[in-house]
Write a protein that binds this ligand. Sequence first.
Ligand code: ADP
Ligand code: GLC
Length: 486
Amino acid sequence: MRKKHNILFACSELTPWVKTGGLADVCGSLPQALHRAGNDVRVVIPGYESVLRQIDSPVFISQLELPLGNVALCQTRLRAHDVLLITHPSFSNRPGNPYMSDDDRAWADNPYRFALFSQAVTEIALDRAQLEWQPDIVHCNDWQTGLVPALLTLHKPRPATVFTVHNLAYQGNILHSAYTDLQLPAELFHANGLEFWGQASYIKGGLAYADRVNTVSAGYAAEIRQNKYGCGMDGLLRSRGDRVSGILNGIDMDDWNPQTDPHLPQNYSLQTLDRKSANKAALQKEMRLPQDPEVPVFGVISRLAEQKGIDLIINAISTLRTEQLQLVVLGSGDTELQTQLLALQQDLPDKVAVKIGFSEPFSRLIEAGADSFLMPSRYEPCGLNQMYSLRYGTPPVVTHVGGLADTVFDPDQGAEKANGFVIKNATSEYLAQGIQRVLTAFANKPLWHQLQHNGMTTDFSWDESAQKYETLYHCAINDIEANLTR
Ligand code: ADP
Ligand code: GLC
């Protein structure tokens, strides 16, 4: 049997304690799967105020004196594994969203906060935090942890590093003067290091320095090597050759299970699918839409961002205003998109209902109560919502990009595996056609049931992907061992 690993898993969000998107769910479920597979996993996150409020008396481990300030390292447990918390006033005295104020503006000191966090992770990785525990793998996620692989290269010996890209568009780029003000290592600032068009890029720390880089679907791994999706990093990613790969996200199949989900007014399974309609009635009632079981309800749960194609949904529904359909949207983010959605609701009050905000319970009612789910993303590294929809018997309409193309299959791709609808391009015209295809298919009960069946019987668990991460860790460790002996 292959040797199991000591894994330090660094991230900025963690379900169930702090979530703005899919990153939190992945960080809440992949480490559990790695633990189940026999690895010793410790997750490290910032000790945000909202997190500290939810946990009982974390154990103080040590005070870390870092170049950017002193932090306290504390420890708690989440289900089966330990969670390490980096506490510092810039995290623990800040209410709300980890990255942004209520008016959707990034906190001005984010570069400082996540450099500090990365310095703390680096200390733990080097076993200098009085944990008496040495990871052999440090697994970092997105720009907030991008400096860690870079900082670790300044030490020998060091653990191997893996960097996972959940979204290449969020890069953590700062002015060179800000980088200098933070007194971050000057020797890392060069064209093959953190430098990016004159700025310093935190995500580039992960992309350039990690022993292995991966992203969250094979589709997105191929796309980000191209100019169109590469966000300026495609050349670097191509240059890293087979050190860059794709591993599809899994989902927590127990947490996202319509048979047991405690947030649903009515639980159901494939065998009791007729009970799903009670959730639809509850959803229509809550959103003050006509309670008609025959009208197809489309659901949307989303960060309101350019990426997600919310503008395409608004345009497509406007052009389909005479069709028999309803749309329920739950979203938060861009204020302009919020305004446009609320205007659409006002324009079509019997058809469109919008809730602005972030609500886990309500998101689950949408997954269960909607008939179909809209996700016309312009790009999508993996996407979890389409998988949750498939699991809840709510066939999605998606664009042919990234992880959406890897998980959703159109009837045109073969009836045996069809589970939803795939539109060719992210335009409102294609989306409107896709919605019309749903309306036709919804009336064809055997076809609709086949789509639901195919989605609900797919195994989206982490088992296979966790094994792929173990292989990736093994490769990363081999890489540095080979370097040391060279
Ligand atoms: P992304 O991470 O790009 O936002 P994903 O599909 O991977 O997209 O994951 C989004 C996650 O965040 C899902 O679990 C989704 O249900 C959740 N989510 C997004 N917006 C909201 C919201 N307004 N309220 C509740 N959950 C939300
Ligand atoms: C990002 C991506 C999303 C992915 C999630 C988890 O937020 O936008 O596609 O599912 O991370 O990996």
